[in-house]
Design a protein around this ligand. Structure first.
Ligand code: NAD
Ligand code: MG
Length: 392
């Protein structure tokens, strides 16, 4: 059988997921070509990637970055696109087959929607876009004929445990596993003083700073509950979280006959990336096979909602529906940014999120990209006001 080579666009190629994606693609030049890359601030890194993978296109945020990138390319023939429309352009490009959506935060939404409308195969790492605009995003996928394959390790695991990746007859519950992050056993009073460096030191995964802080507050698991609700069309009552400190079982699906199916593997994002790239086939990812006898034991426990208020808030937002998930996501992005900048404390993240959710969470959900972005803007303004008040 002859197979045509797939052109892959990576939104956020300079990040942690972007780098893991390039690592998998480099193992399969017979199947994939790196067609377009995007970076934001790390232009040196983007230039290195361009020199090595020779994409046709590279997207950067503005003209100044375009000039700087051009100067770093050593004559490598890459067409550089700059500005807000550049990301949408490389996503929806006629020659793009697959889009890896790996920008962090709400900034990834417009390009994700562009890929959806253009009917691409979307590998979705950017959970925030689904949390803030789940229905708008999935409607755009349906209308454009796009398919979505989850990259988040938990959702990729659930996908693998469901028949054809879909929730159907006999499925009783989806169980997302959570490592519990670096502060799993820390008493609440000590959490007030943790630093950004401590919060970013995840015990099992090496990730970008925003998702690392989200893992430390367990907001990440909260966002993932909302993500699972949309991806698998599962109501709140059918979603649960179990803490599993070793991060070997990536998630589970429970069936009415008493079966629970799980997907296991070493904690390395190249597994879900390779799975989603090749689905329904399987390709080598570079990840070591599991050695269960060496691991010895796998532990599970219930999450502590008293210490991890962000997980409770996400559950509330999921139940409230409407604009609540989008409001929570926006508030949390401002809170995490402010924590990383040393402007608020670790426990202020949950306080800020709760306040903004209380103020704006009752509004109706945005029905199109513009109205979603409007809610996002207003929630950010409210969150910034909290930060100003918290540190005059
Ligand atoms: P990262 O911080 O390492 O990389 C983020 C990427 O987004 C970079 O390429 C950066 O240039 C780009 N970016 C940031 N702000 C931007 C903006 N305003 N406009 C355009 N581009 C911008 O993050 P990451 O850990 O790779 O995570 C990326 C996404 O994948 C997140 O949504 C995260 O939740 C999700 N995810 C990551 C992991 C992981 O293991 N890292 C696991 C599951 C899900
Ligand atoms: Mg995850």
């Amino acid at each position: 059988m002859t197979r045509t080579i797939q052109n892959v666009t990576i939104l956020g190629s300079t990040g942690s997921i972007g780098a893991s994606t390039l690592d998998v693609l480099a193992r399969h030049p017979d199947r994939y070509r790196v067609f377009a890359l995007s970076g934001y601030r790390q232009l040196e890194r983007l230039a290195q990637q361009c020199r090595r993978f020779r994409p046709a296109l590279a997207a950067v945020p503005d003209e100044d970055s375009a000039r700087r990138l051009g100067g770093l390319l050593d004559g490598c023939p890459v067409r550089i696109l700059a500005g807000e429309s550049a990301l949408a352009e490389i996503s929806a490009h006629d020659e793009t087959d697959v889009v890896m959506a790996a920008i962090v935060g709400a900034a990834g939404l417009p390009a994700g929607i562009a890929a959806a409308r253009a009917g691409k195969r979307i590998l979705l790492a950017n959970k925030e876009s689904l949390v803030m605009a789940g229905k708008v995003f999935l409607d755009a996928c349906r209308q454009g004929g796009a398919s979505v394959l989850p990259i988040d390790s938990e959702h990729n695991a659930v996908f693998q445990c469901l028949p054809n990746g879909r929730n159907g007859a006999g499925v009783r519950r989806i169980l997302l596993t959570a490592s519990g992050g670096p502060f799993r056993e820390m008493p609440l009073e000590r959490m007030a003083d943790v630093t950004a460096a401590q919060a970013c030191e995840h015990p099992n995964w090496k990730m970008g700073r925003k998702i690392s802080v989200d893992s430390a507050t367990m907001m990440n698991k909260g966002l993932e509950l909302i993500e699972a609700h949309y991806l698998f069309d599962m109501p709140d009552a059918g979603l649960d979280v179990v803490v599993h400190p070793q991060s070997i079982v990536h998630s589970m699906v429970e069936y009415t006959d008493g079966s629970t199916l799980a997907q296991l593997g070493n904690p390395d994002m190249r597994t879900p990336i390779a799975h989603a790239l090749a689905y329904p086939e399987r390709i080598e990812s570079g990840v070591d096979m599991l050695r269960l006898a060496e691991i010895g034991r796998l532990d599970f426990e219930a999450p502590d909602l008293g210490r991890f208020a962000c997980l409770r808030l996400a559950r509330e937002a999921l139940r409230a529906e409407g604009a609540a998930p989008a409001v929570l996501n926006a508030a949390n992005e401002v809170a995490v940014e402010s924590f990383l900048a040393g402007r608020i404390g670790f426990l202020d993240i949950a306080r800020l999120n709760e306040r903004v959710l209380g103020r704006l969470g009752g509004e109706a959900a945005g029905s199109c990209l513009d109205s979603v972005l409007d809610i996002d803007r207003r929630a950010r303004a409210e969150a910034r006001a909290f930060v100003e008040g918290a540190c005059p």
